[in-house]
Design a protein around this ligand. Structure first.
Ligand code: SF4
Ligand code: SF4
Ligand code: SF4
Length: 183
């Protein structure tokens, strides 16, 4: 097993909930950025950021899509925000079989925030750029990380296996082909 220390850049989006107005510009920008071809359509269902909206209490909470999970979790959390209790899955970042959020509507494959990786790179993620109220801000910081190649490979293989288990090998191969063609 080969392991060593290496510095890497961690990209972060800070979320100041107090400043979110619920305008959902971030959802629209994210979906347009990830449309095929790029910017060809706007569909918040394809967005990797979702604004949990509670208009009655004037609460808006942006949540960026995180990792996919194949099974619902057993121990869940209830959140209390300004005296109101929110559902146990409300602010969860996972693409999870228990709900439709962060699931690509056409393919059924899970969506995950990729920080708008592009070539050439964007100055900052698009959701940050369009967030006029300043709820989202972008930061980069250097992190000394221990790199463990076998463990990273195992994590990738586990991720692929869980996609195959959920969607079938044909759907996964079709999407990998599409990605390799940049479609
Ligand atoms: S663009 Fe900013 S203010 Fe508007 S919903 Fe998204 S995070 Fe909130
Ligand atoms: S959506 Fe999140 S919190 Fe809810 S069951 Fe799935 S993983 Fe758990
Ligand atoms: S960083 Fe990019 S991919 Fe992630 S939520 Fe924002 S717009 Fe979407």
């Amino acid at each position: 097993m080969r392991a060593g220390n290496s510095a890497k850049t961690v990209k972060e989006i800070r979320i100041d909930i107090e400043k979110c107005t619920g305008c959902r510009a971030c959802e629209m920008a994210c979906s347009a950025f990830h449309a095929k071809p790029r910017y060809s359509s706007v569909n918040p269902a394809r967005s990797r950021i979702r604004v949990v909206t509670d208009e009655i209490n004037d609460e808006y909470v942006p949540v960026r899509a995180g990792n996919h999970t194949r099974t619902e979790c057993d121990g869940r959390h209830f959140y209390q925000l300004n005296g109101k209790q929110y559902g146990e899955c409300s602010f969860c970042r996972a693409a999870c079989p228990s709900r439709d959020f962060f699931i690509e509507p056409d393919s059924g494959l899970p969506l995950k925030c990729d920080m708008c990786e592009d070539e050439p790179p964007l100055a900052e993620p698009l959701c940050v750029t369009v967030c006029q109220p300043g709820c989202l801000t972008y930061e980069e910081r250097r992190l000394e990380a221990e790199i463990n190649e076998p463990e990273e490979r195992e994590a990738m293989e586990n991720g692929l296996q869980s996609l195959v288990n959920q969607h079938g090998i044909e759907a996964v191969i079709d999407n990998l082909k599409r990605l390799s063609k940049g479609q």
